[in-house]
Design a protein around this ligand. Structure first.
Ligand code: HXC
Length: 264
């Protein structure tokens, strides 16, 4: 069911707790303008408040682009203060995305450039079509990445590869992105959505609370030293033992049946 009321986004609740968010500005290759960030923030609130939601999929409308970057036409007359405000808005919305308690998969179906690559990096992982193209081409415009790319890209693929991408602005093809660990899996374009739905189906059968706590430990642990990060894990592990899901999961294994998790 398409229950979207957004100017720049498609928002659909599919069966099985799958939410599908489609950046929908195909005339500009789904470039992210100010309205997109307003819409995204609102849609993410909806996902966060939906107890039935289990997985969020994010993609771009059409077959040519995931997102070709921030909207360059909005940047022409921007002052320094306005540019920083745009960056701060994007950072806030992407962090909101990163901290959702459910897994978020980016389905990259074409150009994934600049702010688009930064959006994909704020998702939990990326799957891509074999024809996808990644890049941080901001230096071509005389600017730096501004939506978290210098940090999330270097944390994911290492500083040397991130440095190469960012200072050269060169386009990285899908197979190289896979080899570099930017992308988890490549599929033919038409397989992207079925494969994402199959993954969502797998995730849907697991304990939602354990998923939320595991995700939180991974995301929040990124900025911490190993010892502090492992403490988050330890506390999450302990917390699971106050849940019905832990009782159910362990009992189901011992009784050789499928567990029925409730997320509490
Ligand atoms: C606004 C964009 C756009 C963008 C494409 N378009 N990218 N409009 N912002 N980022 C528009 C084009 O102007 C064109 O509009 C239409 O989309 C189709 O694009 P074409 O260029 O005609 O297509 P093609 O020749 O196939 O080239 C595709 C492309 C190229 C290689 C992706 O469009 C391109 O280089 N786009 C810019 C990519 C980029 O620099 N991204 C980083 C932006 S800066 P018309 O009206 O002519 O049909 C950024 C910074 C983030 O993201 C941080 C800021 C704080």
């Amino acid at each position: 069911m398409n229950n979207s009321a957004y100017q720049t986004l498609g928002f659909e609740s599919l069966d099985g707790g799958v939410c599908l968010l489609t950046i929908n500005r195909p005339a500009s290759l789904n470039a992210l303008n100010s309205a997109t960030f307003t819409d995204l923030a609102h849609a993410l609130e909806r996902v966060a408040g939906d107890d039935e939601a289990r997985v969020l999929l994010i993609t771009g409308a059409g077959e040519k682009a995931f997102v070709a970057g921030a909207d360059i036409s909005e940047m022409q007359a921007m002052t320094a203060v306005e540019a920083m405000a745009l960056s701060q808005t994007a950072l806030r919305v992407f962090r909101q995305l990163e901290l959702l308690p459910i897994p978020v998969i980016a389905l990259v179906n074409g150009y994934c450039l600049g702010g688009g690559c930064e959006l994909a990096l704020a998702c939990d992982w990326i799957i891509a079509s074999e024809s996808a193209v990644f890049g941080q081409p901001e230096v071509n415009l005389g600017i730096t990445p501004g939506f978290g790319g210098t940090q999330r890209l270097s944390r994911l693929i290492g500083p040397a590869r991130a440095m190469e991408m960012i200072v050269s602005g060169r386009q990285v093809k899908a197979d190289e992105a896979l080899a570099w660990g930017l992308v988890n899996h490549l599929y033919p374009q038409e397989r992207l959505m079925p494969e994402a739905l199959a993954m969502a189906d797998l995730i849907r059968q697991k304990g939602p609370l354990a998923i939320a706590l595991s995700k939180q430990a991974i995301v929040r642990g990124q900025g911490l030293d190993l010892d502090s990060a492992c403490q988050i894990e330890s506390q999450s592990f302990g917390l699971c033992f106050s849940s019905d899901d832990q009782e159910e999961g362990v009992a189901a294994f011992l009784e050789k049946r499928k567990p029925v998790f409730k997320g509490v």
